[in-house]
Design a protein around this ligand. Structure first.
Ligand SMILES: Cc1cc2nc3c(=O)[nH]c(=O)nc-3n(C[C@H](O)[C@H](O)[C@H](O)COP(=O)(O)OP(=O)(O)OC[C@H]3O[C@@H](n4cnc5c(N)ncnc54)[C@H](O)[C@@H]3O)c2cc1C
Length: 439
């Protein structure tokens, strides 16, 4: 029986093959909008019969390889979220974005381990690790998954957890979509109802001081403080507010999650002391407003070429290098985000998983547009940080240029990568799930 799906030339094909990040163009043989786990199992089985690869897209925020000639499963209709406030868990289907989990959990004074943008898909984010605004306090999102329902290459739906198919459960949490299509997962929720957070934006005259102050500060604050700094020059465009237009801005983003905002205010005050801010939105807020802290634009699709390195402790020399290549006077044609890791991210999870990077103190993510020269400049700053690199990189901040087996050696340690490759041979011997970052 032929695959029932939207084929090239049919209505909605163009709409369904495009996601948020336009860095790759997908030309699938068929697109299946799954409304149930059975739909997913049927699509996988049909793809295997036709010897086609299977790709998965929820939001299209994290593309890797083009899903050409593949069966592309769109998961947006798998949109249920069920919160159990007593057990402090949420059952989350494959097409759910964090926004829905945040809202459902907040009704009970609880919070998930979402990332900075509520528009990112919860399952895709968790499969890659998941470093969000509660991560230094509680760990990776992947550290707090109770079970996953997954359709493997044999077309069977399995529930995997610490006691059933434990190898597969280990691999799924960290190695993304290499092993099957996850149709639902159960995750832990945490008793966080409020944050003291927002951003402090420093103009070009204070940018380098703010960067030095931020890096020193971030290495001393408690695990209840999440933070990052974004280095970005705004376009000289009338649509940009005048105080930011055409200027390089150093955005320090904070999220303090202890219930008492006074301690957060004291910590933020140390950064406010750097000097006047162009924008200062740091305030007490309900956790449900967490997306306002980074306020990433996700309404309009873009072609974003992401790359990252994981870094250890940073000294003044490291900050000087970063400021030279991405700071106010650099003319950098890309944006760079330095994010503080450490805390619970450094500790092993209760149920082991394939997530790497537990030795990192910071991630440095740099994002360029399609222009080749801009991508070269982006790589220069990442390469220049080599003296402080752990040698690792983070799957969720990887981009389409990292979709190579060679770069898998930076996403996983050698022993874990060898184990992942053995499991890939066992669960997906024909490479059905190859439209993803390879192992
Ligand atoms: C604005 C923005 C902010 C972000 N912030 C953070 C952050 O704070 N922390 C962080 O860790 N990451 C962050 N990310 C990265 C994000 O977590 C990854 O890009 C993630 O892969 C997105 O998942 P998605 O489902 O939304 O995207 P999609 O592009 O739909 O999926 C990405 C990939 O995930 C896999 N996948 C998705 N769903 C399934 C499934 N059901 N079964 C099997 N495989 C699946 C597939 O390989 C797919 O190609 C951010 C990205 C953006 C664009």
């Amino acid at each position: 029986m032929a695959i029932e799906g939207v084929r090239p030339g049919m209505g909605r094909y163009e709409e369904l093959r495009a996601g948020f990040n336009l860095a790759v163009t997908h030309r699938p043989a068929a697109i299946v909008e799954a409304g149930s786990a059975d739909d997913v199992a049927g699509a996988v089985a049909a793809a295997v019969r036709e010897s086609r690869p299977v790709g998965v897209m929820n939001t299209g925020h994290g593309p890797s390889l083009p899903a050409d000639d593949a069966v592309l499963i769109r998961t947006g209709r798998l949109s249920r979220v069920d919160v159990d406030p007593i057990r402090r868990t949420a059952r989350v289907e494959a097409g759910v974005r964090w926004r829905a989990v945040i809202a459902a959990a907040a009704r009970h004074g609880l919070a998930p381990l979402n990332g900075t943008s509520p528009d990112v898909g919860a399952v895709g984010y968790t499969l890659g690790g998941g470093v969000g605004l509660l991560a230094r306090r509680y760990g990776f999102a992947a550290d707090h998954v109770r079970w996953m329902d997954v359709v493997n290459a044999d077309g069977r739906l399995r529930r995997v957890d610490a006691g059933h198919d434990a190898d597969l459960f280990w691999a799924l949490r960290g190695a993304g979509g290499n092993f099957g299509v996850v149709t639902a997962m159960e995750i832990d929720l945490f008793p966080v109802a409020t944050l003291y957070g927002g951003e402090l934006c420093f103009g070009p005259e204070a940018g380098e001081d703010a960067l030095h102050a931020y890096v020193a500060w971030a290495q001393t604050v408690p695990e209840t403080m999440a933070s990052s700094v974004l280095l970005l020059r705004y376009p000289d465009d009338p649509a940009v507010p005048p105080r930011l237009r055409g200027r390089h801005v150093t955005h320090v983003r904070l999220a303090y999650s202890d219930a008492d905002p006074a301690a957060g205010e004291e910590l933020a005050g140390r950064l406010r002391a750097v000097g006047p801010r162009l924008v200062d939105t740091v305030r007490p807020m309900p956790y449900a407003d967490v997306g306002t802290i980074h306020h990433e634009p996700t309404a309009t699709p873009v072609a974003a070429f992401d790359r990252n390195v994981l870094l250890g402790e940073l000294d003044d020399d490291a900050v000087d290098v970063l400021a030279k290549l991405a700071g106010p006077d650099s003319g950098a044609p890309f944006l760079a985000e330095l994010r503080a890791w450490g805390g619970a991210l450094s500790r092993p999870p209760a149920v082991p998983n394939a997530v790497a990077g537990r030795d990192a103190a910071f991630s440095l993510l740099a994002i360029a547009g399609p222009d080749a020269a801009h991508r070269v400049a982006r790589d220069q700053v990442l390469d220049a940080m080599a003296p402080w690199s752990t040698g690792g990189s983070y799957p969720n901040f990887s981009g389409v240029e990292d979709a190579t087996a060679e770069s898998a050696g930076r996403r996983f340690g050698p022993d874990d990568l060898a184990r992942l490759r053995r499991l890939k041979d066992r669960y997906d011997p024909d490479g059905t799930f190859r439209v993803t970052f390879p192992l």
